[in-house]
Design a binder for this molecule. Structure first.
Ligand code: HEC
Ligand code: HEC
Length: 287
């Protein structure tokens, strides 16, 4: 008897393992499988040498090809930037009106403006620029400080009540806390301005009218339609920066409000500020 175990049925050598009468044949690996295996091993070693592979204590083996996804990404970014350099240069030179009338610059400005808006402006104005209490909706055609391209550009550049020297600024007096008006007068003038946006003529008969004429027209205008030079809202158009309603108007007349919008001239480059102005102007309500 040899020390090899041969299976009686197939005539193939067995491994000698047996479970409940079932023996394991010791067939050789298929040749194609073995070769694939050897090739994978050689390929893997090649990769270790050519590509970044093994972590070291504070670095890693960099591979002979010097490949890095980071380098590849910065190459791709550089290529895109080079492609845009011409558009950037033309935007920098063009006036806002020229950007608006050049389809290529306009498309570039709208795309750039939209992405700069979502990064810098949407926290306050909302992702669709529809605003919220105290933060104006930029989609409607009601503008505090003007809705022309130039006016919007100036607002974005210098901000509103911001730290910038050229900031737009104008403060409504706190008529109640500064004791310019007593609570009854505040109440009366509040009824008057709420009536301004109601049926024509009703407001004229209210006692608050005289208080309005005496205290409010310098900024909000004799008819209450506001003044964009002064950032004073139109009080007749049903569009309220601060919700509207009796309790809110009484509070605003008593305590005043001073909405603050940051300046961007020193934070964003000029091309981006122009793109933002064109984008905001395009939102639907530009003048
Ligand atoms: C920190 C909050 C804040 C951020 C960020 C902000 N804004 Fe404003 N923005 C305001 C407020 C508040 C006002 C209204 C100020 C007021 O009461 O007069 C305003 C007003 C404006 C106006 C004037 C609207 C009008 O009716 O005249 C424009 C245009 C504007 N923002 C554009 C932008 C753009 C573009 C950005 C991004 C670059 C931006 N804002 C970022 C708070 C913000
Ligand atoms: C010196 C200018 C000035 C005077 C005078 C003034 N306002 Fe204003 N008023 C403003 C400005 C500016 C705002 C916007 C405040 C802001 O943007 O945060 C405003 C806002 C308001 C609002 C909020 C409007 C909204 O859309 O939510 C009401 C209401 C209002 N004023 C009523 C009055 C009344 C009533 C008087 C007179 C008793 C008066 N104001 C006098 C400048 C003025």
């Amino acid at each position: 008897m040899t020390d090899k175990n041969i299976d009686d049925v197939s005539g193939v050598e067995t491994t000698g393992h047996e479970w409940d009468g079932i023996t394991e044949l010791d067939n050789p690996m298929p040749r194609w499988w073995l070769w694939s295996y050897y090739i994978s091993v050689i390929w893997a070693i090649g990769c270790w040498i050519a590509m970044p592979a093994w972590p070291l204590v504070s670095d890693y083996t960099r591979g002979l090809l010097g490949y890095s996804q980071r380098a590849q990404l910065s190459d791709e970014i550089a290529a895109v930037k080079a492609g845009q350099a011409d558009l950037v240069a033309r935007t920098a030179k063009a006036s806002l009106a020229e950007i608006k009338s050049d389809p290529e610059l306009l498309e570039y400005a709208l795309a750039g403006g939209r992405s700069a808006f979502s990064v810098n402006c949407s926290q306050c104005h909302g992702s669709g620029a529809s605003g919220s209490d105290g933060y104006p909706n930029l989609n409607d055609d009601d503008w505090l400080w003007g809705g022309t391209l130039e006016a919007i550009h100036t607002t974005i550049q210098y901000g509103i009540r911001s730290d910038h020297d050229d900031s737009r600024t104008n403060d409504m007096p706190a008529f109640g806390t500064d004791e310019i008006l007593n609570p009854q007068q505040v109440d009366a003038v509040s009824d008057y301005i709420l009536a301004l946006s109601g049926a024509d003529g009703v407001a004229d008969s209210l006692p608050g009218k005289a208080i309005f004429v005496e205290n409010c027209v310098d900024c909000h205008g004799p008819k209450g339609i506001g003044n964009q030079e002064l950032g004073a809202p139109n009080l007749r158009d049903h569009i309220w920066l601060y919700q509207g309603g009796k309790a809110m108007t009484v509070d605003i007349i008593t305590n005043s409000r001073a909405g603050m919008m940051p300046d961007w001239a020193d934070r964003l480059d000029q091309v981006t500020v122009k793109q933002l102005a064109v984008y905001v102007h395009s939102l639907g309500g530009g003048e």
